[in-house]
Design a binder for this molecule. Structure first.
Ligand SMILES: [Ca+2]
Ligand SMILES: [Ca+2]
Ligand SMILES: [Ca+2]
Length: 223
């Protein structure tokens, strides 16, 4: 009996001495979460606001035919065909206009800017053929003496070239000169531009603010 107990005890001890290998606990600490940087890109929104300078020089409510330059509410044709003052005027009238009448310094500057690039003379709608020294525009209105751009010593009604003197005005590149009306020159025609905005009829005074408002609303309505 005692012997059996001793054997059993040995067996238990042997069982106890069996050492199970400890599992090495691997660290399971979660790795730091990858931080994704979200980059937001901002799209630059283009401005659609009309620029005032564009409106001043090229009113969007008016249009000119091909070959004519628009300036404000008028169209201008710089003809390179040389002919007498009368023939040039007839040609302008055939196209629905007349030789240009310069109504302001601003209009003179517009013409000068274009002519200076061409560097030639052009007939304008100014003549003293009815009465020497009394200059009239083609619409019959007298020349405003405070708004003239004659070259130095002009007009001089020079008779060396034509005994009839010089009764028609040409411009180029910057100033005005009187010249024999029979001379053959290039010419500038002027006529009103076509009104293209809805409910704006020609002859109606349209404020720039109204024009911008119309286009803003049209843009918003996507029309
Ligand atoms: Ca004019
Ligand atoms: Ca004259
Ligand atoms: Ca002259």
């Amino acid at each position: 009996m005692l012997r059996n107990l001793e054997l059993k005890q040995k067996t238990i001890k042997a069982d106890v001495t069996v050492t199970q290998p400890c599992n090495i606990i691997q660290p399971t600490t979660p790795q730091p979460t990858e931080i994704t940087t979200i980059t937001q890109s901002y799209t630059t929104i283009p401005t659609t606001t009309p620029q005032p300078s564009e409106i001043t020089t090229n009113d969007p409510c008016y249009e000119c035919e091909d070959g004519w330059k628009q300036h404000g509410e008028n169209c201008y044709f710089f003809s390179t065909r040389k002919s007498s003052w009368n023939a040039s005027r007839t040609e302008c009238r055939t196209q629905g206009g007349d030789l240009v009448k310069i109504d302001s310094s601003e209009e003179q500057n517009f013409l000068r800017t274009t002519i200076e690039q061409i560097r030639r003379y052009f007939w304008i709608g100014l003549t003293d053929s009815a009465e020497e020294g009394r200059w009239l525009w083609v619409d019959g209105s007298p020349l405003n003496e405070r708004l003239t751009f004659w070259f130095f010593h002009e007009p001089d009604d020079w008779t060396e070239e034509d005994s009839d003197g010089e009764d028609c005005a040409r411009m180029g590149p910057t100033y005005w000169f009187d010249k024999s009306c029979k001379a053959r020159e290039r010419s500038i025609c002027e006529k009103p531009a076509a009104a293209v905005c809805p409910h704006f009829s020609s002859g109606t005074t349209v404020r720039v603010e109204d024009t911008m408002s119309y286009f803003s609303k049209a843009n918003a309505a996507n029309i």
